[in-house]
Design a protein around this ligand. Structure first.
Ligand SMILES: O=C(O)CCC(=O)C(=O)O
Ligand SMILES: [Fe+2]
Length: 326
């Protein structure tokens, strides 16, 4: 099933295979919504250190708490064989990088871990910003178009960028609880450094759940709801979930490069029908216009629901969108 899962070597963007590589990125964005990139420029040694320190932190600060607070209680208490739908079998730690870092204020992290995560985040930020321009190129949007939307207004604090460090502990009854329930990601572009041995991440393609194969030192990239709106549905944010595993703890470090809180999100006029007739353009605009922080407020309540009602809520609550002329 997974034989064709896109794995793209970014080094080839610098040589005579650039065109073919751009075409692979286009196919991955249009037809998969999930893909892996290798040779992305982030040093493997740095990734190895991130992995080692993340696993150390989990062992020291998270594992016991999870076992006491969650593991022992939830599964044993409920003798019925029904799936538990109100929780996820994971431990999480959230780091914010932009608009300003909160890493130095977080308790329980060693100075070395803080320093390494800051360095990793600054490298991931560069990859995310580079990707926004690669997407522009593939979409026929001018260079910088997406970044400018993500930057927000002139008085804005700029894009939001954060990392969710998760560990999915082994689960004795994976049929009863998900590592992480099915959802799409709210934001822009997501870069994930996942465990190279313990799998579990799946995404939906053509009605089937497919595994995202573990691949050492790769970054998994996926598209969030905001890029679906801006591309007027040309790229889709794809449903994904994590299956809890009986054996092994799975590390996952997901970094979310999102628009500024005050960014106005709307389909790029260039991606609506190339027709001078304004009525036709409006008809072709299947996504609404909204302010990113309003979307996030709704998402925080409806993360595990289908995305369409979220988009519809903005269609219903706002006056007809203003479509700037192309
Ligand atoms: O842990 C993973 O592999 C995915 C995490 C994820 O989808 C999320 O946090 O939104
Ligand atoms: Fe996600």
């Amino acid at each position: 099933m997974n034989n064709n899962f896109p794995v793209i070597c970014l080094e080839k963007l610098h040589g005579n295979e650039r065109e073919a590589t751009m075409a692979r990125i286009k196919d991955a964005c249009e037809n998969w919504g999930f893909f892996e990139v290798v040779n992305h420029g982030i040093p493997h040694e740095l990734m190895d250190t991130v992995e080692r320190l993340t696993k150390d932190h989990y062992k020291q600060c998270m594992e016991q708490r999870f076992n006491e607070a969650v593991a022992g209680k939830t599964l044993d208490k409920d003798e019925e064989e029904q799936e538990i739908k109100h929780m996820d079998w994971e431990t999480t730690l959230f780091l914010r990088h932009l608009p300003e870092s909160n890493i130095s204020e977080l308790p329980g992290l060693s100075d070395e871990y803080k320093k390494v995560m800051k360095e990793f985040a600054s490298k991931l930020e560069k990859v995310a910003v580079m990707f926004l321009d690669l997407l522009c190129e593939n979409l026929g949007l001018e260079k910088g178009y997406l970044k400018k939307i993500f930057d927000g207004s002139s008085s804005s604090k700029g894009p939001n960028f954060g990392t969710k460090v998760a560990n999915y502990p082994p689960c004795p009854k994976p049929e009863k609880v998900k590592g992480l329930r099915e959802h799409t990601d709210a934001g822009g572009i997501i870069l994930l450094f996942q465990d190279d041995k313990v799998s579990g991440l799946q995404f939906l393609k053509d009605g089937h759940w497919l595994d995202v194969p573990p691949l050492p030192h790769a970054l998994v990239i996926n598209i969030g709801d905001q890029l679906e709106v801006i591309t007027n549905g040309r790229y889709k944010s794809v449903e994904h979930r994590v299956i809890a595993q009986k054996n092994g703890t799975r590390m996952s470090i997901a970094s979310f490069y999102n628009p500024a809180s005050d960014a106005v999100i709307y389909p790029a006029p260039q991606l609506l029908v190339a027709d001078s007739d304004d009525d036709k353009k409006k008809k072709n605009q299947v996504y609404p216009q909204f302010v990113f922080q309003d979307y996030m407020q709704l998402y925080s309540k409806l993360k595990f629901e289908a995305k369409q009602p979220r988009f519809d809520a903005f269609k219903a609550s706002l006056p007809p969108p203003i479509i700037p002329s192309a």
